[in-house]
Design a protein around this ligand. Structure first.
Ligand SMILES: Cc1cc2nc3c(=O)[nH]c(=O)nc-3n(C[C@H](O)[C@H](O)[C@H](O)COP(=O)(O)OP(=O)(O)OC[C@H]3O[C@@H](n4cnc5c(N)ncnc54)[C@H](O)[C@@H]3O)c2cc1C
Length: 454
């Protein structure tokens, strides 16, 4: 997800800005002979699949999108059931400057609000407020360590092991545990599975962070306009041995000349789809070696707000990876009394086995420690279960101990010029984000267009 907190190198690979595909298409319109009988099937209606489908459909291909779930959007879906737009997956545009999602959001009517990092309060156990100086100086030192720790990294050792052995005192400290959890585990996975060499890989866009305020689903809805999409169709087999590719979904068979597979890495790892012939060894190895993080989100609502009037309320409990960071929704929806909180890695997976009452009680224990035991119970809670979601099996990819950056290229590699792969996990520079997913979709559509270049 690329936490808004982790400062990465600003690398503008695409020069001044990344073109939206409409611009790209109009610039190259005369360069392609667009065949009107060539069929492309896109598997998955997340941002990557929809971006690819829209680009190819506008270029004149017959495009069909096959989606397992009952709605489009994948990991950019929004739950509107409480009358609040609760984004179950992506919430933020990470770095609005030259980020293709900024333009897309404008076109799609997705509104957003700048979340100011400095609008934050930090509480220790017992509701003890930390001084801003202590919080800021620890944060600065944390970034210094992140900036250099890869030099002490080791291909066989995790980030957690290297950090713990080099900074044992910090590792025991609750504020340091908070930074490790909310700034690293949230973004990149369990510290003891995260690579000690590649934890800081990936590039970022500049500019402020903005959170969607009327639903991230505006973007998939915009991309999906005029596309032929079949919902509730789970793909289980892809046979690319013949001239046409045969795709089995819900016991039915469809054929296409080109197929773009955009299902999440977790779905590939769980072998939900069997490929015939088997995928190349390099791709299978990359599927195994790149990690998939789990993050779950929880939205709680109350009649009245009882919390600080800041954007972020942070807490440093003994179990660090759950409910240690609250986003104050009221800052961007003044009439809504709601907090959004998170669980990461194994703690996120553990919440999926807990009932709503258990989860509420754990969250309330943190809030009561901060604000006192007389605070009211929440009216409602919405929650996600990304780890066990059979169309995702996790939240987003990360660089695990055995990951090499070339594995992202292996995940993106096409097979036999007819089977293509997109999705956030295939975008080496921007994996784990919506912009990475979008860029991967236009990249793969571009590869198909290249085949028909005059
Ligand atoms: C909790 C969470 C928070 C996040 N926060 C942010 C954020 O703030 N900012 C940000 O930039 N990114 C964030 N991300 C990451 C971002 O949401 C994803 O990187 C991006 O949406 C992935 O898009 P995609 O097209 O690659 O995959 P998906 O959106 O997952 O699309 C894949 C589609 O394939 C479908 N599918 C799966 N299996 C099958 C099958 N067998 N047959 C047919 N269809 C199938 C799925 O249902 C899905 O619709 C977050 C993700 C999560 C989960």
């Amino acid at each position: 997800m690329k936490s808004q907190k982790i400062e990465r190198r600003e690398f503008l690979k695409y020069g001044l800005s990344i073109p939206l595909f409409a611009t790209y298409l109009s610039a190259c319109k005369d360069e392609f002979i667009v065949p009107n009988d060539t069929k492309v099937m896109v598997i998955g209606a997340g941002i990557s699949g929809l971006a690819a489908a829209k680009m190819l459909s506008e270029a004149g291909f017959k495009v069909n999108v096959i989606e397992a779930s009952d709605k489009i959007g994948g990991r950019t879906r929004t739950n509107h059931s409480l009358g609040i737009d609760f984004d179950e997956g992506a919430s933020w545009i990470h770095g609005i400057k030259k980020n293709p999602i900024t333009d897309l959001a404008e076109k799609a009517g997705m509104l957003s609000f700048e979340t100011v990092d400095e609008s934050i309060v930090s509480y220790d156990l017992g509701g003890k407020k930390r001084s801003v100086d202590l919080y800021d100086s620890t944060e600065t030192r944390f970034y210094e360590i992140l900036g250099t720790m890869m030099k002490k990294g080791n291909p066989k050792k995790s980030f957690g092991e290297v950090f713990q052995s080099n900074y044992p005192e910090y590792f025991k400290d609750r504020l340091w545990q908070f930074f490790l959890s909310a700034y690293a585990t949230f973004d990149t996975g369990d510290l003891f599975k995260l690579s000690s060499l590649l934890y800081d890989e990936g590039e970022v866009f500049g500019g402020v962070e903005k959170i969607a305020t009327n639903g991230y689903d505006k973007i998939p809805e915009y991309l999906a306009k005029n596309l032929d999409i079949n919902l509730n169709q789970k793909v289980t087999e892809i046979d690319y041995s013949g001239e046409k590719i045969k795709v089995k979904h819900n016991g039915q068979e469809s054929q296409a000349d080109f197929v773009i597979v955009t299902v999440p890495l977790g779905v590939l790892k769980n072998k939900v789809i069997s490929f015939s012939p088997q995928l190349p060894e390099k791709k299978l190895n990359a599927i195994e070696k790149v990690g998939v993080n789990c993050v779950n989100k929880f939205l709680l609502t109350w009649e009245k707000a009882f919390w600080d009037d800041v954007q972020y309320i942070t807490y440093t409990p003994d179990v660090p990876d759950r409910f240690n960071y609250f986003v104050n929704v009221k800052k961007y929806h003044p009439d809504t009394n709601a907090l959004m909180t998170f669980a990461y890695a194994d703690e996120a997976r553990a919440t999926e086995k807990q009932s709503d009452a258990e989860v509420i009680s754990l969250i309330m224990a943190h809030l009561k420690d901060i604000y006192g035991s007389s605070i009211p119970q929440p009216k409602n809670m919405l929650r996600t279960k990304w780890g066990s979601n059979p169309n995702a099996y996790g939240a987003y990819s990360f660089t695990a101990i055995e990951t090499e950056m070339s594995h992202f290229d292996d995940l993106a590699a096409s097979v036999g010029q007819k089977l293509f792969f997109a999705g956030e996990h295939t975008e080496k520079d921007y994996f784990s984000t919506t912009h990475g997913a979008y860029l991967s979709g236009i990249r793969e559509a571009g590869k198909i267009l290249e085949i028909f270049k005059k």
